[in-house]
Design a protein around this ligand. Structure first.
Ligand code: HEM
Length: 400
């Protein structure tokens, strides 16, 4: 009979041959079984000028958790918590156990592009006597038409975002951090999301959301001029190099959406569903063809509809307001009526929400064709401090 090694080798060879001949053409080596180890080995450094989990591509799995300080926790307790969280995050993102013996769940896996991102809510500052250092940019978001927010799943003193390309690695990292909070902070809410698993497409592509659209095309890119000014804050001093994260749990009304014919779905966004190309570009357009909001067909009708999502969300329609979107899908079982509790864990990072999310959402909530198929169910705004230098911790500039 065949040895186990031969069977594994044979399966691998079969995959590679199939890959060379089909849609996977030319990328066979990236999908050979031996490369599975590469996914786990990928590392994002914890230390640096910015926290991880902002500019890196969304990982396959995300956990968002908010915590509230216990009434007994003072400023020194908060500093101790952030010191402990940063140290554990630094070790886990390097693929090391968070502490001696603390490695059971993720024992066999590499760091799998693990990132851990910490944020501070507006409510944190009064509780630790730092109200005078709360950034103006943390002012409460205005209410938007159509909001159906659940306070129990909104806001919070502290936010932890964990992302990894392996669900066990992500869940384990969050569990470690939650245990370190014992006696200092209590969990407030938790949301789990997902995005494309690297390797699922024949080459790296913009992801799709649960409505099926290519989502993320017109995001600012790190190589764009003005990227840092759009995404990273310069003040107050302790936030220099940080960012402000707006989070929204947006449920999709998929049963209504799914009955719409394709051309209606495309008109609502302003892009083709198959490849994300803008409707202003004609049949030869590709995903990256620039959007032309003024383009008309021969009858003079705007090719991108007046209420299309990409028209109303564009920086040009909102006085230059822009943000980096880095959301995840969620799929949390069924509602009482049997419809899916599914949608988008929307996240937008910007230097100042008043010049990013707020004006854009004001416009979208008042006339975007997509809004009829969405419910904003939870909302939060966090100051995401700059990254920690080696030996330092996130939030040190505020607390020391
Ligand atoms: C673009 C979907 C909510 C802001 C897009 C695109 C899609 C999309 C498919 C086109 C591709 C792209 O450029 O990424 C969705 C869905 C949403 C949602 C399904 C809710 C579940 C929001 C919200 C905001 C927003 C709440 C901000 C308030 C933007 C921006 C663009 C965009 C700024 C780029 C527009 C451009 O400059 O072309 N969205 N979106 N989206 N969306 Fe959304």
């Amino acid at each position: 009979g065949l040895s186990r090694r031969a069977v594994i080798g044979g399966a691998g060879a079969g995959l590679a041959v199939g890959a060379a001949g089909g849609a996977w053409g030319g990328r066979a080596s990236a999908h050979a079984p031996t490369d599975r180890g590469t996914l786990g080995a990928a590392r994002v450094p914890f230390h640096g000028p910015h926290q991880g989990g902002i500019v890196e591509p969304a990982q396959a799995r995300a956990e968002w958790a908010a915590f509230d300080l216990l009434a007994s926790t003072r400023r020194d307790g908060l500093a101790a918590l952030l010191r402990g969280w940063s140290a554990a995050a630094a070790r886990m993102t390097a693929g090391e156990p968070a502490a001696e013996g603390e490695n059971q769940v993720a024992l066999d896996a590499g760091p799998s592009s693990l990132t851990v991102t910490f944020g501070f809510g507006a409510s944190l500052f009064d509780k630790v006597g730092l109200a005078d250092r709360r950034p103006e940019a943390l002012a409460a978001l205005p209410a938007f038409p159509g909001d159906a927010l659940d306070p129990a799943r909104s806001d919070g003193d502290l936010w932890v975002q964990v992302g990894a390309d392996d669900a066990l690695v992500a869940v384990h990292a969050l569990r470690v951090l939650a245990r370190l909070a014992t006696g200092l902070a209590a969990p407030r809410w938790l949301m789990s999301g997902f995005a494309r698993t690297p390797g699922a497409t024949p080459h790296p592509m913009t992801g799709r959301n649960l409505m099926g659209q290519v989502d993320g095309t017109n995001n600012p890119r790190p190589q764009d001029p003005g990227f840092a000014a759009t995404v990273f804050a310069t003040g107050p001093d302790w936030m220099d190099g940080g960012s402000y994260a707006v989070l929204r749990r947006i449920r999709m009304l998929l049963e209504g959406w799914d009955t719409l014919p394709l051309d209606k779905q495309e008109r609502i966004i302003g892009r083709r569903k198959s490849d994300g190309a803008p409707l202003s570009g004609g049949p030869d357009a590709v995903e990256r063809t620039p959007v032309d909001l003024a383009a008309t067909d021969p009858d003079g009708v705007l090719r991108i509809a007046p209420d299309a999502h990409v028209r109303l969300a564009a920086a040009d329609s909102n006085g230059g307001a822009a943000m980096l979107r880095r959301g995840f899908s969620f799929h949390d079982g069924l509602l009482a009526d049997g419809s899916p509790d599914a949608g988008l864990l929307f996240a937008a990072y910007q230097a100042d929400p008043a010049r990013g999310f707020v004006p854009v959402q004001q416009r979208l909530s008042r006339g975007d064709g997509l809004s009829r198929y969405l419910r904003h169910e939870a909302s939060a705004l966090f100051a995401v401090p700059p990254g920690a230098p080696a030996g330092g911790y996130v939030g040190q500039q505020l607390l020391e």
